[in-house]
Design a protein around this ligand. Structure first.
Ligand SMILES: *Cc1c(COP(=O)(O)O)cnc(C)c1O
Length: 388
């Protein structure tokens, strides 16, 4: 049978929506206030999302990149400081620090969990280090025990890039219960979405208050005479986005349950394919929302990996090439790069060098499918690899 005439699997669509989102949008529309000052949707969403993540100190913003930037600023990141980031991540992790005038210092990852390697982070600490940014890759939490200890010993705060980690838990503790700030994204592909959007959870009310000022041009919400207490910008979320996100939050737990059920099956099937190594699960990551179904084909060069991705798409899988190592994009070097060559960073990031070439991920909507879908996925990956 010709390859393109084989039936393609039909996975659930993303984003998902229903009456709850529709009702929310109309509620915001008819409220007569479409921005957060005077409206109630953003305020309520912050309370609901914060409560779900174990903290009362949540601030909604325009997007996940701004969430990181604002959180870093509140931690004192600016010119003359450094922020340690995993070399394998979406570029916003480093760009947020660089936009503030800081230097982003890439460090290596663990080749199995694909999360930041705590020992590499420890090695990169200098007197200028103002923050360490664990990115919970594909929703699996980083080693928050080791990183928490590193932070306590060094006095350098953590900022969790939780753009993949809505609803994630570490040893039963939620993102907001781990003693560090966390930044979320609600961009179209993320696990909850309003097309765009972001949110920061803070450790205390003072941080949240400073962030509120900075995200609203330095202006207190009650100000009538244009007295701007701090510098800032406009990172305010609008009421429509928040109304949709309240409905999306209501879907999150049920969707995580389905993905948590499907991943062990899919992961086991993938691990049974010669040369395939799915992202390893750390048993301390007690709730994993599974933002991506990731697997390595160790030894595969980027060019062949890209052909694999093309072939998987051809067979009907929503497949993607993994993130490029951040220091291998020109944009990384424009401002706020370390005084080091690409080669020298690459030499101390051997796992990133391998992973960014040999890794593939599938959209999380695949994990919202049926058991039958998991078998179909593994079958397609196996057949495609055999003919690559
Ligand atoms: C999506 C993402 C971001 C940025 O979020 P936006 O809302 O798209 O700005 C930051 N970090 C990681 C790891 C991401 O995947």
């Amino acid at each position: 049978m010709a390859q393109n005439s084989r039936p393609k699997p039909e996975f659930p669509a993303w984003p998902q929506f229903g009456e709850e989102e529709r009702t929310g949008l109309v509620r915001a529309l008819e409220q007569g206030q479409w921005w957060r000052i005077g409206g109630s949707e953003v305020d309520t969403f912050e309370q609901e999302f914060g409560a779900y993540h174990g903290t009362p100190h949540a601030l909604a913003v325009t997007n996940g990149t701004h969430a990181l930037e604002l959180a870093l600023q509140v931690l004192g990141v600016g010119p003359g400081t450094e922020v340690i980031v995993p070399a394998f991540t979406f570029i916003s992790s480093s760009q947020a620090a660089q936009r503030l005038g800081a230097v982003a210092v890439p460090v290596d990852i663990d080749p199995d969990t694909l999360n930041i390697d705590p020992a590499s982070a420890a090695n990169a600490i200098t007197p200028r280090t103002a923050a360490i940014m664990p990115v919970h890759m594909a929703g699996q939490m980083c080693d928050m025990d080791a990183l928490g200890k590193l932070s306590a010993d060094s006095g350098v705060p953590l900022i969790q890039d939780a753009a993949h980690a809505h609803g994630a838990e570490w040893n039963g503790r939620k993102v907001g219960e781990l003693g560090s700030v966390a930044a979320f994204s609600f961009q179209n592909g993320k696990l909850m979405t309003a097309g765009e959007g972001g949110l920061v959870t803070f450790v205390d009310a003072g941080q949240r208050e400073e962030a509120f000022l900075r995200h609203s041009c330095g202006r207190p919400s009650t100000d009538r005479y244009y007295f701007h207490k701090t510098s800032g910008s406009n990172f305010r979320m609008n009421e429509f986005s928040a109304s949709v996100l309240r409905a999306q939050l209501g879907r999150l737990a049920g969707q995580i349950d389905i993905r948590e059920r499907n991943w062990p099956l899919l992961s086991g099937l993938l691990a049974g394919i010669d040369g395939v190594q799915p992202q390893t699960v750390d048993s301390r990551a007690t709730r994993n929302p599974h933002y991506m179904a990731m697997f390595r084909v160790p030894g595969l060069a980027a060019e062949r990996r890209n052909r694999l991705v093309d072939a998987l798409i051809e067979r009907g899988l929503p497949a993607f090439a993994a993130f490029r190592a951040i220091y291998r994009s020109d944009g990384f070097w424009e401002t706020g790069a370390p005084r080091e060559s690409v080669e020298s960073i690459a030499a101390r990031c051997p796992h990133t060098e391998a992973v960014h070439e040999d890794t593939v991920w599938l959209h999380h909507r695949t994990l919202l499918g049926t058991e039958e879908h998991m078998h179909q996925i593994a079958g397609i990956v196996s057949e495609t690899l055999a003919t690559l």
